[in-house]
Design a protein around this ligand. Structure first.
Ligand code: NAD
Length: 316
C-alpha cells in the first residue's frame, strides 16, 4: 500500500487526483498539501491536509518523515500564461520546489512523480509525431523550467538512484477545478461558455492544433506510471503522452453536435497565440504505450459528451 504526499493538491489536477488517491489507497494514506488553505473544500476537509510551500524543503522533509511517505507527487507549479507575467516566482516555485522534493527523496528513498508538459518543446521541435527524445528549446520560462526539471529528474535517478517518474502532459480538460492559467485553458472555458451563453470567444486562432487529454486519462496515467515496474522504464525524465490532437475549430464542431446553435468567435491574445504556435501538433507516445501500457480511454467525441453532461449537472 502506498503512502502518498501530494503538493499543489488544490489545483486543477490535484483536486481530482487527491480524491482518486484517497479512494484507491485509503484516506489516511494520502497527505494533501498546498501553499495555502482556503482554496478547495474537498481537498482540505475530506482527508489529511497541511499548508506547505514547496519552496520550504524542511517542511517537505518533516511531513514525508512523520507520515512515512513513500511517494511524492509534486504538482505545485506556476503555469505558462501566469509564469510569463512573473518569471522569477515561477523559477522559485517550479525549480526549487522540484529540487526540494528530489533532495527529500534522496534522503528518504521516496519515489518522485512530477509532470512535465508539451511546453518543454519549442519552435525548433518537430511538430508532427514529436519524438520522445528530440530538440527541446522552449521560449517560455515555464518551458525552460520543464526542460530543466526533466534533466534534474534524470540526474537524480542516475546519480543518486532516486525513483523519478514523469509524463509530458498535453492540455488537460476537466470540470471539477478551474485551470490555473495555462495556454490550453480555452479547451475548458469553451464548455462553460457553450452551456451558459451558447457562444465563446477564443484567444487562439482556429487552426492551432495541440495535444489534449481528458482528466480521467491524465489521472490514470499518474497511477499507472507510479505502479509500473521501475525496471521496465526506459525514460526517467518524462514520457510523451497524448489522447487527441485538435484545433479550437475541431472542439467547436464537436460541441455543435450537441448544441447546434453554439457559435465560436476569435479575439487573439498574441502572447498565448505565440506560445501555442511554438508547441507540437501531435506527440509520439509509443514509449509510454510500450513501457507502462499507456492507453487513453477518451477521444474528442467521448470527452465532449462527458464534459457537457458533467457540467450540466454542476451548473444546474
Ligand atoms: P494549477 O495551477 O491548477 O495548480 C497548481 C497548484 O500549486 C495550485 O493549487 C497552487 O495554489 C499551488 N502552488 C502554487 N505555488 C505553490 C507553492 N509555492 N507551494 C505549494 N503549492 C503551490 O496547476 P495544475 O494544472 O494542477 O498543474 C499541476 C502540474 O501539472 C504542474 O506541474 C503543471 O505544470 C503540470 N501540467 C498541467 C497541465 C494542464 O493543462 N493543467 C498541462 C501540462 C502540465
Amino acid at each position: 500500500m502506498k503512502r502518498i504526499l501530494i503538493t499543489g493538491a488544490s489545483g486543477q489536477i490535484g483536486t481530482e487526483l487527491t480524491a482518486l488517491c484517497r479512494k484507491t489507497y485509503g484516506v489516511d494514506n494520502v497527505i494533501a498539501t498546498n501553499v495555502k488553505a482556503g482554496i478547495n473544500e474537498s481537498v482540505e476537509n475530506d482527508g489529511i491536509f497541511y499548508s506547505m510551500d514547496v519552496r520550504d524543503g524542511n517542511r517537505i522533509y518533516e511531513l514525508v518523515n512523520s507520515h512515512q511517505i513513500d511517494t511524492i507527487i509534486n504538482l505545485a507549479a506556476l503555469l505558462s500564461a501566469v509564469g510569463e507575467k512573473n518569471p522569477e516566482l515561477l523559477w522559485e516555485v517550479n525549480m526549487h520546489g522540484l529540487y526540494n522534493c528530489l533532495e527529500v527523496a534522496k534522503d528518504t528513498g521516496a519515489m518522485v512523480f512530477t509532470p512535465s508538459s508539451i511546453a518543454a518543446f519549442g519552435p525548433s521541435t518537430p511538430k508532427m509525431q514529436t519524438p520522445q527524445v528530440t530538440i527541446q528549446r522552449p521560449e517560455t520560462i515555464y518551458g525552460v523550467s520543464k526542460v530543466a526539471g526533466e534533466l534534474l529528474c534524470d540526474y537524480y535517478h542516475k546519480k543518486f538512484n532516486v525513483d523519478t517518474r514523469g509524463v509530458r502532459y498535453p492540455g488537460l480538460v476537466s470540470y471539477k477545478a478551474m485551470p490555473g492559467g495555462g495556454t490550453t485553458d480555452y479547451a475548458v472555458m469553451i464548455f462553460y461558455e457553450a452551456l451558459k451563453h451558447n457562444a465563446y470567444t477564443c484567444y487562439l486562432s482556429s487552426d492551432i492544433k495541440m495535444d489534449m487529454m481528458y482528466m480521467p486519462d491524465a489521472l490514470s496515467a499518474i497511477l499507472s506510471l507510479c505502479e509500473a515496474d521501475g525496471g521496465k522504464l526506459r525514460h526517467r525524465n518524462a514520457y510523451n503522452i497524448t489522447a487527441m490532437s485538435i484545433t479550437p475549430d475541431d472542439l467547436a464542431a464537436s460541441i455543435q453536435k450537441h448544441l447546434p446553435d453554439f457559435r465560436l468567435s476569435y479575439d487573439i491574445d498574441p502572447i498565448r497565440e505565440a506560445i501555442a504556435r511554438s508547441w507540437p501538433d501531435q506527440l509520439d507516445d509509443h514509449f509510454a504505450r510500450e513501457d507502462w501500457h499507456w492507453a487513453p480511454s477518451y477521444d474528442l467525441e467521448a470527452m465532449t459528451e462527458d464534459m457537457l453532461h458533467q457540467l450540466r449537472l454542476k451548473l444546474g
